[in-house]
Design a protein around this ligand. Structure first.
Ligand code: GLP
Length: 259
């Protein structure tokens, strides 16, 4: 695991955007795994800026999103379909046939989850997976105690996730309780992973995922098993790391490469 600590949120975000754009430049028909949430919104803004400046194009790139709320129509403003359209897909040249998000409104959501897992495999798997992390250590919607071997399936949201995500809904009771999410094993099958976490509210999850025990109580700790994971964090999210000096010596300013 490469732990990359940046002075500011902006420099961490720009580094992640460079990582994604660099992957697409090197392999235009690559498969990106994409995430939602407040943390990665500025990453998409930075990708749109690169696209508008003619520095990257996405017309051959495939995407699979991590998750979607069960019960929301794709057109619902708080669905992850709408999120992706708003922040990235409608502002760039991604082709609709190449972008995939689980259908939360499927008549049989469990069958939709199985189908989604097969779709990812059929596409040859994910080259680079973008991740955020929940305050409770979730990745995708794999809440604490999710099986570390899980694949795409239905998952009930933890109460703290419902509370955290209620800021996007009018009432907390409007937040869907169930999601379709890639499993932890699905995520670990990606060739490369880039996780972005910023802000002091993520410091504990960041500590647990990097330095804590491998445990289903912190689903993101499963990334310790992955050979090519980069964790991009700002100073606030790095605040609880006990080996911070070591990470900063190995990757000064978040740069990959030895000092
Ligand atoms: C959401 C998503 C995750 C995301 C996380 C953190 O519920 N399912 O993919 O990483 O919670 O969200 P935020 O970046 O808004 O803190």
């Amino acid at each position: 695991m490469k732990v990359l600590i940046f002075d500011t949120v902006t420099s961490a975000v720009e580094a992640v955007a460079d990582r994604l754009a660099g992957k697409v430049a090197g392999k235009p028909d690559c498969v990106l795994g994409l995430a939602t949430g407040g943390t990665v919104e500025p990453v998409y803004e930075a990708l749109v800026a690169r696209y508008e400046a003619g520095r990257v194009r996405f017309d051959q790139t495939h995407t699979f999103n991590l998750d979607e709320y069960v019960g929301l129509e794709p057109t619902h403003p708080m669905s992850y379909h709408s999120y992706m359209a708003r922040h990235l897909f409608d502002r760039t040249d991604f082709r609709a046939c190449n972008t995939h998000i689980p259908h939360g409104n499927a008549a049989d959501p469990a069958a939709e989850a199985d189908h989604y897992e097969r779709l990812i495999k059929g596409r040859g798997g994910i080259d680079l997976q973008l991740l955020g992390v929940g305050e409770n250590g979730h990745i995708g919607f794999n809440e604490p105690t999710s099986s570390l071997s899980s694949v795409t399936r239905l998952k009930t949201l933890a109460p703290e996730t419902v509370r955290a995500n209620s800021r996007y809904f009018e009432h907390q009771s409007d937040v869907p309780q169930v999601s379709i999410t890639m499993g932890i094993a699905t995520i670990l099958q990606a060739d490369e992973i880039a996780l972005l976490a910023t802000g002091s509210n993520k410091a504990k999850a960041v500590r647990d995922l990097i330095e804590g025990p491998l445990s289903a109580m912190c689903p993101a700790s499963a990334l310790q098993l992955h050979q090519k994971t980069e964790v991009y964090i700002d100073a606030e999210a790095a605040a609880e790391l006990s080996l911070r000096d070591y990470y900063e010596a190995v990757h000064p300013g978040g740069k990959i490469g030895h000092p």
